[in-house]
Design a protein around this ligand. Structure first.
Ligand code: GDP
Length: 596
């Protein structure tokens, strides 16, 4: 059966290229086209209900209606793939819209998701957005997109894709730049014409693969997936089975079933082939589980969720000043928050450690953990983190294997040399280099994960904040040999108001070692995307572990958390000695000279 009344799509777009604006506009205009008024009333009911119970719906999936067709727009993760997430999400759709800014053009970050979509043979609709911008260069952007598609080995059918031009902001799309702008009709029509309706066997046994998990305090875990075959009904008994653990089957009853409508989930009694559904009330539901009818138990295959590659310790802030920076400081707070994260993030691991005040958190690369750290800090959690450590494997032959990432770099041309030099030192292999628009150079590297640890801050300094760095896990490979540390650290200075903090760029795996006034030694690292002084995280050395202090200058950090004053020798003992080779008397002399 082909569900002609349904289309399942995903929008691939770089941040700021207008995805939210476009979806809002489609929603707004879909009201005009909505054929089924009854549904509109139901939306309002469900809204009220949610307001009453204070339920917030996490998933950003949306459904819009055009004429008699429901278009499910599945939320795609930004640009980083934390454990096969992109593939699972794209498996729910039959086509994608590639939304590209008419001035900026296609950005390399969208490549990962686009490549996956092409590999899954999904048709692409290209939508060049923001054509109202005075500096828009839609024709060039179209050529760039075609080039990108060819680079990524798009099939002939995929290369023959429709191009549309839009101003999401002004609420219109056109097929040709000379067309009279009206509304989103051309985009709606293209989706209906070009993106195939979902297909399946509605008479077969039920099969629903859970692709993402939402979590909500009131209803618990909510699984989202597509009905591949059969129908699913409220009160139906299902067998839950997982492709990668076929022996662990569990009998469950469907108590709550929803479909998406606008930005909401609405209760439904049953859903059939092609529908995107949400299911709550099953405590044990996990990503990758298939819900099947008892008489036809067959798990749908999916890419195995990949293992973490990097670990960090999250440590309770035990300084007397704990609580100044955030609301949540206790071990209990930290524990609850970290374990809650596991509800929705399958590629994360959290382990208790021997110390009650520290948790080992493992994820897919440094960026994955940085995102979590930033989110938690924004929510008011205060804690310290240890440096990231790489999780090694061994193969059957006993060789040590290490995680490798692909790094995509976009930098103004003048910085390309420095970046190539730095990443080569960190065992990066340059795989491709091309000119991008606006005087930018695009570089592609294959690099061990450990080579990237602590690099982001350095990268931002080196590119004066103008570079873009994206990484994606590529697999495990034999250990590439030790990184040769520079004999001498490069001296860098961060100005913060009146005072200047001097830092020595230390070994790759240790971030920056700052030498502050009075020969006090403490380590620091830069978290996040900005190298502004106030974003520099100073981890003051304090006996056994690091205490977190967010402050803008060395003096302030020392005031807030008086560190044990360490001699250079003591500092070397505290931090793995072999990684601090560059703190030489010579480099200290250089520092002295600058201070003088
Ligand atoms: P997202 O990050 O992809 O979701 O992007 P948003 O939808 O939030 O848009 C980013 C910015 O671009 C906002 O300031 C929008 O107002 C603006 N924007 C979106 N679409 C257009 C457009 O068609 N024309 C212009 N000029 N600006 C747009």
């Amino acid at each position: 059966m082909r569900r002609e009344d349904v289309r399942n799509i995903a929008i691939i777009a770089h941040v700021d290229h207008g995805k939210t604006t476009l979806v809002d506009e489609l929603l707004k205009q879909s009201g005009v086209f909505r054929a089924n008024q009854e549904v509109a009333e139901r939306v309002m009911d469900s809204n009220d209900l949610e307001r009453e119970r204070g339920i917030t719906i996490l998933s950003k999936n949306t459904a819009v209606f055009y004429k008699d067709t429901k278009i499910n727009i599945i939320d795609t993760p930004g640009h980083a793939d934390f454990g096969g997430e992109v593939e699972r999400v794209l498996k729910m759709v039959n086509g994608v819209i590639l939304l590209v800014d008419a001035f900026e053009g296609a950005m390399p970050q969208t490549k990962f998701v686009l490549r996956k979509a092409l590999e899954l043979s999904l048709p692409v609709v290209v939508c060049v957005n923001k054509i109202d911008r005075p500096e828009a260069r839609p024709d060039e952007v179209v050529d760039e997109v075609l080039e990108l598609l060819m680079d990524l080995d798009a099939s002939d059918a995929q290369l023959d894709c429709p191009f549309l031009y839009a101003s999401a902001k002004a609420g219109y799309a056109v097929k040709d730049l000379s067309d009279e702008p009206k509304d989103m009709t051309p985009l709606f029509e293209t989706i209906l014409d070009y993106i195939p309706a979902p297909e399946g066997d509605e008479t077969a046994g039920t099969q629903v693969l859970i692709s993402t998990i939402d979590y909500n305090e009131y209803v618990g875990r909510i699984g989202v997936g597509k009905v591949d075959n059969g129908t699913i009904k409220v009160n139906q008994e299902c067998i839950m089975v997982n492709h990668h653990n076929p022996d662990t089957q569990q009998k469950v009853k469907i108590s709550k079933l929803y479909e998406f409508d606008g930005l909401n989930k609405v209760d439904v009694q049953e859903a059939t082939v092609g529908s995107i559904v949400a299911i709550s009330g099953i405590a044990d539901l996990h990503i990758g589980d298939t819900l099947c009818s008892p008489d036809h138990v067959e798990a749908i295959p999916f890419q195995k969720i990949s293992e973490p590659t990097i670990a960090m310790h999250f440590i309770v802030n035990d300084s007397p000043l704990a609580g100044q920076e955030g609301k949540y400081v206790t071990s209990r707070h930290l524990r609850d928050r970290l374990f809650r994260e596991l509800n929705t993030d399958v590629s994360l691991r959290v382990e208790e450690t021997d110390a009650t005040e520290a948790f080992k958190v493992s994820g897919r690369g440094e960026l994955h953990l940085s995102v979590l750290i930033e989110n938690m800090r924004r929510e008011g959690y205060e804690f310290a983190v240890s440096k990231a450590e790489v999780l090694y494997h061994t193969d059957e032959r006993g060789r040590k294997l290490e995680p490798i990432e692909l790094a995509y770099v976009d930098v103004p041309e003048e910085f390309a040399g420095t970046v190539i030099q730095k990443l080569s030192l960190r065992k990066g292999e340059l795989q491709g280099m091309s000119l991008a628009s606006g005087g930018y150079t695009r570089l592609e590297f294959s690099i061990p994960s450990r080579g990237l640890i602590g690099y982001r801050g350095e990268f931002l300094t080196d590119t004066k904040g103008n570079g873009i760095l994206n990484t994606i896990f590529d697999g495990y490979a034999p250990y590439k040999g030790d990184i040769q540390y520079r004999k001498q650290g490069s001296l860098i200075a961060f100005e913060a108001g009146e005072s200047v903090t001097y830092g020595l760029f230390s070994a790759q795996e240790r971030g920056t070692l700052f030498i502050g006034p009075g020969e006090k030694v403490y380590s620091g690292m830069i978290i996040g995307q900005s190298a502004k002084p106030e974003d520099i995280e100073l981890n003051v050395c304090k006996t056994k572990h690091l205490t977190n202090t967010r402050s803008s200058s060395a003096d302030e950090a020392l005031k807030l958390t008086p560190p044990k004053v360490l001699s250079l020798e003591q500092a070397l003992e505290f931090i793995d000695t072999d990684e601090l080779l560059e703190v030489t008397p010579e480099s200290l002399r250089i520092r002295k000279k600058i201070l003088d």
